[in-house]
Design a protein around this ligand. Structure first.
Ligand SMILES: Nc1nc2c(ncn2[C@@H]2O[C@H](COP(=O)(O)OP(=O)(O)O)[C@@H](O)[C@H]2O)c(=O)[nH]1
Ligand SMILES: [Mg+2]
Length: 230
């Protein structure tokens, strides 16, 4: 199997407690470039990312999607073969990069989504309200698009050509589900693989509180409906 030019993208907002540990777990023999997109952190996320071997991009506009879009703009100049997205909070395990990469290397997938398998989830890693929001979104995807996914997990690999063709736009937490909907509509081959999920280090920016989950859930559900109507 030929090794792709692989870039790992890590959106990060105030992850100084976690980012160094995350970067230390990246299998550098597989990953060619690691990008941390800092979204205006007020802690030393950026300097820690630098000292742990990442390239740091700054995106002043807040939002998970904005961070990912900034990474895509940068990658236009690199034209990697595969891009892997992973959160910077230590919840997903970068040592599992090969799990999400394998179906692409085998030529079986264009997009591989890491399914946070219940048997591989650390207790307390995902609050009940986040689980319920995830379920609701998955039910909607099934009803509106006829697609059965197991998870909206953020740890995922996608072929660069496929990613570019999606024309991603979502600036916030609808990003992950936008990718799944567009990839489905465009007929990309989507494969799910089981990955682990740990308790994050530091404070959650999204689904750590019921209010945060509701806001993110609203965004996600509106994204699903909007794309259905368009
Ligand atoms: N760049 C950027 N990253 C964000 C933003 N909000 C959250 N993140 C990052 O996105 C990832 C997921 O956020 P997290 O707080 O863990 O959400 P949770 O997993 O739902 O609790 C983490 O790596 C955060 O640092 C944001 O506005 N901009
Ligand atoms: Mg998290």
């Amino acid at each position: 199997m030929r090794r792709p030019r692989l870039c790992l993208v890590i959106p990060a907002l105030n992850e100084s407690q976690a980012i160094g540990k995350v970067l230390d777990e990246v299998p550098r023999e597989i990953v060619d470039e690691v990008l941390v997109v800092d979204n205006g952190s007020t802690d030393d996320t950026a300097s820690l990312a630098l000292s742990h071997g990442a390239k740091v991009l700054f995106e002043p506009r807040r939002g998970y999607g904005n961070a990912c879009l900034a990474a895509i703009r940068y990658l236009e100049g690199i034209e990697p073969e595969v891009v892997i997205f992973i959160d910077g909070d230590y919840s997903s395990d970068p040592r599992e990069v090969d799990l999400v990469l394998r179906p692409i290397l085998r030529g079986e997938a264009d997009l591989v989504i890491g399914n946070r398998a219940p048997s591989m989830m650390e207790e307390g890693s995902m609050p009940l309200h986040a689980r319920l929001g995830n379920r609701l979104a998955l039910v909607l995807l099934r009803i509106l698009y006829g697609r059965s996914f197991s998870d909206l997990g953020p740890f995922r690999a996608i072929r660069w050509i496929g990613l570019k063709s999606l024309g991603m736009k979502d600036q916030t937490y609808g990003w992950n589900v936008e990718m799944m909907i567009k990839a489905s509509k465009m007929g990309l081959r989507i494969v799910e693989v089981d990955v682990s999920y740990r308790r994050r280090i530091g404070r959650s920016k999204i689904s750590g509180t019921p209010v945060g989950s509701m806001k993110a859930g609203y965004r996600i559900i509106m994204t699903i409906i909007r794309h259905f109507l368009s």
